[in-house]
Design a protein around this ligand. Structure first.
Ligand code: URA
Length: 211
């Protein structure tokens, strides 16, 4: 598994405002979108392209376009939805599928409660969006779901990660194909409630309120 921390002063600046408890929800939402566009730029370095012949006003030339099958963006509900627009802005021809993951309160295992994805993902490049890589449980389940459907190339884009969650994803993904994690920052640790420290709190609540 490849891990890329997008270390850029603009990302750190926006992350700092995002973390601030005083940042109100509308500002938080636009910042998540902006950060996502910057992280998507890093995360799509390996996007598949194919040659295309075009004619400029001056001369014929050859360029590239995003290859078929188009990349598939998969936001994890609920908080991953806040990242979707920022990614779609950068890759408007991508397709979008949805995955809802929740923790089963009896088994404590992540379960899939909603899914809208193509049945066959062979040969698709998939981009999973989940802002907070905390324990890693739901991200592992989401990536495994895509690998079982045939995906061989999965990039997860997260705003923040805890070292514990990152290690769990790395252990689970060993030898499992082409998996890349792109992050805005790796924080100090997880606390006993499963929050990333210092983190930014509950990303879903800060995006959408506490419903
Ligand atoms: N999910 C969040 O929204 N925040 C955390 O800190 C951990 C998981």
């Amino acid at each position: 598994m490849r891990v890329h921390v997008a270390d850029h002063p603009l990302i750190t600046h926006k992350l700092t405002v995002l973390r601030d408890v005083k940042t109100p929800s509308p500002v938080f939402r636009s910042l998540v979108e902006e950060l996502m566009t910057l992280l998507a730029y890093e995360g799509t370095r390996g996007v598949r392209v194919e040659p295309v012949d075009i004619v400029t006003p001056v001369a014929p030339t050859t360029g590239v376009r995003i290859a078929d099958p188009k990349p598939l963006i998969v936001p994890i509900l609920r908080a991953g939805l806040g990242m979707l627009e920022g990614m779609v802005k950068l890759v408007p021809t991508a397709e979008v599928g949805f995955l809802g993951m929740a923790r089963n309160e009896e088994t404590l295992e992540p379960t899939t409660y909603a899914e809208r994805l193509p049945d066959d993902l062979s040969d698709r490049q998939c981009f999973v969006l989940d802002p907070m890589l905390a324990t890693g449980g739901s991200l592992i389940a989401a990536i495994e779901f895509l690998l079982k459907r045939g995906a061989t190339d999965v990039t997860a884009i997260c705003i923040l990660a805890a070292p514990e969650g990152l290690a769990a994803v790395e252990a689970a993904m060993e030898g499992r194909g082409e998996v890349t994690i792109v992050l805005g920052a790796v924080d100090e640790r997880l606390n006993e409630l499963g929050y990333i420290v210092p983190g930014l709190g509950d990303a879903g609540d800060r995006l959408y309120g506490t419903v």
